[in-house]
Design a protein around this ligand. Structure first.
Ligand SMILES: [Zn+2]
Length: 297
């Protein structure tokens, strides 16, 4: 985004006639363009009257199109009927001045808000890149969407983010390659399970593991408890905290067996991933907000 100007041209043929615009050029240059007969609306006025536009005022702004929006937002709607169909306007000078004040105050447009899952996928990707000498450039916008990566040797490439997440290294020098099992361990991935017991209707347990489900079954970690539902989770500790919150039991005590309607527990599991995205987005936005404050002084 380039800084530029909001400018106001006036025309000697009519004291109310103005042209308000934004430009990243020098305003004098823009004036010359408007006075050329090729310019559709302003040039037409020059052609018809034989008189040229004059640069009445301009202000420097960091974000011209955002400032122009602020200008027009400040103009009372009663002024607008003059505006339809043409690029030049009829306005009292006072209205123009108010508009310029608003444009001056507009500053930079706020950064666009991203969906929560973008923050979550990005945070999770960064977790999987730890210690691999690969940096994610920008963000990951979906689990298997493309993203740009850069290795410590300066190679940059764009690929399906899933491949890098699962251990693929730099395609040029191979740096950052990991076996999927290693990624699994270092990033502390795992499963969260909703466990039920054939002899205990109305009672559930939450199972959390940093291993694969196969490993859990082999080692019989849950004994007679059956896995009723499970979710793969990038952050099992967070998932565990949230699932207990969703089950209405956020305290750290009594986390063994919980008496709860199975449908309620199922509902909590359905909402879990969404809740994780929200929680991570909240934390990441806060971090970014603090970083922005630091860099902007
Ligand atoms: Zn490389």
């Amino acid at each position: 985004m380039k800084p530029g100007y909001i400018y106001v041209l006036v025309h000697p043929s009519d004291p109310l006639l103005v042209k308000v615009g934004q430009t990243t050029l020098n305003p004098e240059k823009r004036l010359a363009q408007h006075n050329s007969k090729n310019e559709e609306y302003t040039g037409q006025v020059v052609k018809e009257t034989g008189q040229k536009w004059e640069l009445k005022k301009y202000i420097a702004v960091p974000d011209p199109s955002w400032a122009e929006k602020a200008f027009w937002a400040s103009v009372p709607s009663s002024v607008f009927p003059y505006r339809f169909g043409i690029e030049v306007d009829k306005m009292e000078w006072e209205v123009v001045q108010n508009g310029l004040e608003a444009a001056k105050k507009a500053g930079m447009r706020p950064p666009p808000t991203l969906p929560d899952w973008v923050y979550a996928y990005t945070a999770w990707m960064n977790k999987r890149l730890e210690g691999r000498d690969i940096t994610l450039i920008g963000r990951v916008t979906s689990r298997s969407g493309k993203a740009v990566f850069r290795c410590i040797n300066g190679h940059e490439w764009r690929t399906n983010s899933k491949y890098v997440a699962e251990g693929e290294g730099c395609p040029h020098c191979g740096i950052g390659y990991r076996e999927p099992e290693e990624i699994w361990q270092v990033a502390k991935l795992g499963y969260i399970c909703l466990l039920i017991h054939p002899d205990k209707p109305g009672i559930i347990k939450i199972g959390l593991t940093y291993n694969t489900l196969e490993q859990c079954f082999e080692r019989n970690v849950w004994k007679d408890w059956e896995v009723h539902q499970y979710r793969f989770v990038e952050d099992p500790a967070l998932a565990e905290r949230l699932i207990w919150e969703l089950l209405g039991n956020p305290s750290l005590e009594n986390r063994e067996e919980l008496k709860v309607d199975l449908s309620v527990a199922e509902q909590a599991f359905r909402g879990l991933i969404y809740q994780m995205h929200r929680e991570i987005a909240f934390a990441e936005k806060k971090k970014e907000g603090i970083n922005n404050l630091l860099t902007n002084g």
